[in-house]
Write a protein that binds this ligand. Structure first.
Ligand code: GLN
Length: 447
């Protein structure tokens, strides 16, 4: 009732939820209440959750923030979502997002953007903007988003909450509508680290429907969040010397470093020369994968079909042109170009090699340091509409988050202060692959 009341009062303005399952949520709550009384309730009993509009939930609408999936309903439930339900969480709604998770501000949604609840007409970040705002505005306790290049961490930073992207392959992607399959990760938004840890331990692990998911055992993350020893922490010269970095974010980060040192941690400046290639590597590879993944939306199998075609080819073309938004079309074209015979070696193969080099370089650093830290984003939440005309500026919002995505390592964003206008600043922490336990415990200690 608490969350439904907040949704009723705030969602009209904030647009964080595209569907609200109020009746169903109440029925679920009632059943879970009985289970609690009889002592048979699951680990997440009564935890109210919302899920990004790219995660399948059987018999519920799924549109990926796109007109091309008009009228589509999921025919099965994503593994992560099913595990939430099995643990007695309550799914209360479907979150707004950038179309097919492509964007950094939620302004690419076909359903108008979600709006940052901290006021001042600011974006919530993207692509999982609706999931972030739902937690920020207390419309749910936890939400699921997806993070391909920063889509959980950057909105968490903009909205002043916790956003976790686990190691690639930690959580099954079954039932997650693909954007870039070798990058896509389900991620978790929450108000505190413990909730994220609890949800992570429930939804992670082996799954017969996803052959890429890790077989590694899933620790009980939430039970081991006590502060550890003194750590060795590195921060990248290339992030703090970056001209895109806003001065207030830089100052907050400098204060954070001082604080860590005062707490007895060893903090060192290190260099990551490949930093300048991460964003282009990310955009070449993800657009290539997207152009292939999105070929399934052909007007035949799902959602929207044009009413104006006179032959098959025209039907494909018109359905896709009408259904997809501008950014998605741009990325399909770019991805098709980098995969085409004449550009394949120069762009796609080269970007694959760059990815391997970035991975190796980052992994080497993570052998020497417990954590690498940096601001989650170069700026705080910007004004709605202020970057929509300039893709390059918009892509720069991902400058610091794509690195962990290219390398597949876990990363989290936690709040580290606010700027003079009251907008939140996020601290991003990276650790070695599958070291979520250590990452969560350290984040919990800092928060
Ligand atoms: N903003 C990035 C992009 O547009 C990241 C998106 C994501 O992580 N889904 O691709």
């Amino acid at each position: 009732d608490h969350y439904l009341k907040n949704i009723r009062e705030k969602n009209g303005k904030l647009n964080a939820l595209l569907s609200v399952y109020d009746q169903e949520a109440k029925e679920q709550a009632h059943l879970i209440d009985q289970k609690i009384k009889s002592g048979s309730a699951g680990k997440l009993a009564g935890l109210v959750v919302t899920i990004k509009d790219v995660l399948c939930y059987k018999d519920h609408p799924l549109q990926c923030g796109s007109k091309i999936l008009d009228g589509f309903q999921s025919q099965f439930t994503a593994t992560a979502v099913q595990r939430l339900l099995d643990a007695d969480a309550i799914i209360i709604g479907r979150n707004n997002c950038d179309e097919f998770a492509m964007g950094s501000s939620n302004e690419n949604s076909a359903f108008s953007p979600a709006v940052n609840a901290d006021g001042h007409n600011r974006v919530p970040g993207g692509s999982s903007g609706g999931s972030a705002v739902a937690v920020q505005a207390d419309m749910c306790a936890v939400s699921l988003g997806t993070d391909t290049g920063g889509s959980v961490r950057q909105p968490a930073s903009f909205c002043g909450i916790v956003g976790l992207k686990p190691t690639y392959s930690r959580i099954s992607r079954h039932g997650l509508a693909a954007y870039a399959s070798t990058f896509d990760c389900i991620g978790i938004f929450s108000n505190n680290v413990k909730d994220s840890a609890l949800v992570l331990e429930v939804i992670s692990g082996e799954d017969e429907y996803d052959s890429t998911v890790s077989q590694k055992e899933v620790p009980a993350y939430s039970e081991h969040l006590e502060a550890g020893k003194r750590y060795k922490i590195g921060y990248l010269k290339e992030t703090i010397d970056n001209e895109a970095l806003n001065s207030e974010v830089k100052a907050a980060f400098a204060r954070q470093i001082d604080e860590l040192r005062a707490q007895g941690h060893q903090v060192e400046e290190i260099s990551f020369p490949l930093m300048e290639y991460t964003l282009s590597t990310y955009y070449i590879l993800t657009t290539a994968e997207a152009s292939s993944n999105l070929s399934r939306y052909d007007g035949v199998r799902y959602g929207h079909r044009t009413s104006e075609a006179s032959n098959l080819e025209e039907m494909y073309k018109k359905s896709r042109s009408e259904g997809f938004g501008e950014e998605v079309i741009k990325r399909i074209l770019l991805g098709t170009a980098v995969l085409s015979a004449s550009y394949h070696d120069a762009y796609y193969i080269k970007a694959q090699k760059a990815r391997r080099m970035i991975q190796n370089e980052l992994n080497e650093l993570l052998e020497r340091f417990d954590f690498i830290i940096m601001p989650t984003a170069p700026t705080t939440a910007f004004e709605l509409g202020s970057k929509t005309e300039n893709s390059m500026e918009m892509y720069l919002a991902d400058l610091f988050t794509v690195q962990a995505s290219v390398a597949g390592v876990p990363a989290i964003s936690i709040p580290m202060g606010r700027d003079r206008q009251g907008m939140s600043i996020g601290l991003q922490i990276l650790s070695k692959a599958f070291e979520e336990q250590k990452l969560l415990a350290f984040s919990n200690y800092l928060l």
